[in-house]
Ligand binder design. Structure first.
Ligand code: ZN
Ligand code: CU1
Length: 164
């Protein structure tokens, strides 16, 4: 008798929680789109005025915050992102595709999912904080950049704090 009651109560409860979890998961993945970086906007990590500097920039969305956090450079984006207490809060991350526009003026309508980008690290081109990560949507474009400016090709999961 006791067993039967428990089962009748627990099963719907468990299914309800599962549905709730699924729902939340799908919401997160479609909620955030990259937004344009306005003149005067400060870097979330170092406070510099982002649009005054060349090179690829970054944006991130964290839990319970509708506003994008913005970064002067992909270097500062990753320096922030790779902190252990930050990673779990992040819902979406975007970087410029540097194949669009030029180094001095990256195109905000060409921001891509940072997890899917190709990066060139150690090139001679400098961002707001000096050495930076050149980000690209296509591997071919990243290879071409590395041929021209040096550096090595990496993907998101290869990037760590030591590298920066
Ligand atoms: Zn910065
Ligand atoms: Cu800075």
């Amino acid at each position: 008798m006791l067993l039967k009651v428990t089962k009748n109560v627990l099963l719907p409860l468990a299914m309800g929680m599962l549905l709730l979890a699924c729902d939340r998961g799908s919401q997160e993945s479609i909620q955030h789109s990259p937004v344009a970086i306005e003149p005067g906007k400060e870097c979330h990590l170092c406070g510099m005025i982002i649009t005054r500097f060349p090179g690829p920039k970054g944006e991130a969305f964290v839990r319970h915050n509708e506003q994008a956090l913005m970064f002067c450079s992909t270097r500062d984006l990753f320096a922030w992102l790779l902190q252990p207490d930050v990673t779990s809060q992040v819902e979406a991350v975007y970087v410029h595709d540097m194949a669009k526009g030029d180094w001095a003026n990256p195109q905000d309508d060409a921001m891509i999912d940072a997890h899917k980008a190709w990066y060139v690290v150690g090139s001679e081109r400098k961002g707001a904080m000096g050495g930076t990560l050149a980000s690209f949507a296509s591997k071919a474009a990243a290879e071409k950049f590395a041929d021209e400016y040096g550096g090595k090709l990496l993907q998101f999961s290869d990037i760590n704090l030591e590298l920066l």
